[in-house]
Write a protein that binds this ligand. Structure first.
Ligand SMILES: [Zn+2]
Length: 491
């Protein structure tokens, strides 16, 4: 991170922070000058077009500045949630994010008052942002009054976003006691979750039970976080005249109900194939049936150990089979230390890639020396490549819904998998194919179950707060939860 600012406590960072505050204030002033707000009497004349161009350019540039600062601080928070200085800086930045979010809401409200087609006809800039403008028009129709939107944005700091921070921080600081090789060890949750991939069934089983016991100890704050996040989303969706929080989420994802239903139906229709796969895996492991902790068990013996350096070389070589540009990006990511690779105490679980500025990204992973680790790294670098390709676009154009966001990442994962399959011997090939099926099983089966869980939670949370027991029961799909959720979805 040092090529951006030398350190979080450096004068350069302080200056960078002050500059962002200035820019946000200047943007607010520009909004006031041009009366950027809901205005039913607005006309879309030449003066409006000039104002639109000025406002859009300033808004995009400010978003870039704020995002860079946010990404810089997030890099510290996500790799060490105990970094109290980073937490403090992020909290301070959130005030600016709130101001910016309120300005974004005003911008949307203003666009809702304008004739977007007339704007597009008169401005090159508007034409380049036509898609976002038409979406803004729909969003504006779902806004509460300006005062209510402003209050909602301010209260979100101590509401939804505070709860989601608590959720992230509690989850990443949980330590788990697990017995390994005859002695009790205390490991971070991310390390214990990685034991789900261990070849020894006894290790997987012990880790699984230890993990469940550890989560249970924190059930009360985590349930409180879930209740509050879902409760706030329900309240706001209703006040904004969305039929449900799901409808708002569907709009955010830039799809519609028919698309969602088609995806869920396709997922459900493929379940028999996944059952066949899971039964075959049980058979290959010499088991009558898979337990939950067997789902990630490695298949095949003597499979290749992928040290981090091997993963780097393999990714570089194979990204090169597609293009020099993609290979160059990956090389830059490794050489410039964009990747925080190994699991550590206080570090967030899983993997992600975030854009920092222009064509630069950072990757967080919890690398383990197996093919899955290589695949995850290739996936994350795919996001970084997408960011590189998006670099010439404005912040408003760059915003990508989930349905598009995974294209480059899955492409990169696929390039690497095909290459790995080619040079693998039989047991390795089995392991790689199994890893691929495992991934699809997560996307299709696990995500479906999460969708059912979420639907049930949102539905139940409309009436009242939910208990730890209810969350747990619905997670396991008891009480006919799945069927009810589907009925709700079709109603
Ligand atoms: Zn991804």
């Amino acid at each position: 991170m040092t090529n951006i600012f030398p350190a979080l406590d450096s004068p350069e960072f302080e200056q960078g922070f002050a500059r962002v505050v200035e820019r946000v204030n200047a943007l607010a002033q520009l909004f006031d000058e041009h009366h950027v707000q809901r205005n039913p009497d607005a006309t879309t004349d030449a003066a409006t077009v000039r104002a639109f161009d000025a406002v859009l350019n300033a808004y995009s540039a400010t978003l870039d500045d704020v995002y860079m600062l946010a990404a810089y601080i997030q890099a510290f928070v996500t790799t060490d949630s105990r970094d109290t200085l980073a937490q403090a800086k992020f909290s301070a930045l959130q005030l600016q994010l709130v101001t910016l979010s309120k300005l974004g809401t005003r911008f949307t409200a203003w666009l809702g008052s304008l004739d977007v087609d007339a704007l597009v006809a008169q401005s090159e800039n508007a034409r380049a942002h036509e898609y976002a403008l038409h979406r803004a028009k729909i969003e504006a129709a779902h806004q509460m009054s300006p005062v209510e939107e402003e209050l909602a944005a301010e209260l979100n700091l101590s509401g939804g976003s505070a709860w989601s921070r608590l959720h992230g921080n509690v989850s990443s600081q949980i330590m788990v006691e697990v017995e390994l090789d005859g002695e009790t060890k205390t490991l971070p949750m991310s390390a214990v979750r990685n034991l789900a991939y261990d070849a020894k069934r006894a290790v997987r089983e012990r880790a699984h039970h230890a993990e469940l016991a550890a989560w249970e100890k924190h059930a009360v704050p985590l349930a409180a976080a879930l209740n509050s996040i879902k409760g706030q989303m329900n309240t706001l969706a209703t006040r904004r005249n969305w039929e449900s929080a799901l409808d708002e989420a569907i709009f955010d994802a830039a799809i519609d109900r028919a698309t969602l239903d088609a995806m869920l139906t396709a997922a459900r229709e493929s379940f028999p194939a996944f059952r066949r796969y899971l039964r075959a895996k049980a058979h290959a492991l010499g088991l009558a049936q898979l337990a939950w902790y067997d789902i990630f068990a490695p298949l095949g013996e003597n499979t290749r150990v992928w040290e981090y350096d091997d993963a780097r070389d393999f990714i570089l070589t194979n990204f090169g089979t597609y293009s020099e540009k993609m290979q160059g990006l990956a090389r830059r990511a490794f050489d410039a230390n964009w990747i925080d690779a190994e699991p550590r105490v206080g570090k967030r679980d899983g993997a992600f890639c975030m854009r920092v500025r222009a064509d630069e990204s950072r990757v967080l992973s919890n690398y383990k020396p197996a093919y899955g680790g290589v695949s995850t790294l290739a996936h994350a670098l795919g996001h970084a490549y997408h960011n590189l390709v998006l670099a010439p676009r404005t912040a408003v154009q760059r915003s990508t819904p989930m349905t598009l966001a995974e294209t480059a990442s899955i492409f990169c994962e696929t390039v690497v998998r095909q290459a790995a399959l080619q040079e693998a011997n039989a047991p390795e090939r089995l392991a790689i194919l199994e890893n691929s099926l495992q991934g699809s099983c997560q996307i299709v089966v696990d995500i479906t179950s999460r969708f059912l869980f979420e639907s049930r939670v949102f539905d139940g949370r409309r009436a009242r707060e939910l208990s730890v027991q209810e969350f747990c029961a619905w997670r396991h799909g008891r009480r006919g939860g799945a069927r009810r959720a589907f009925r709700f979805r079709h109603s």
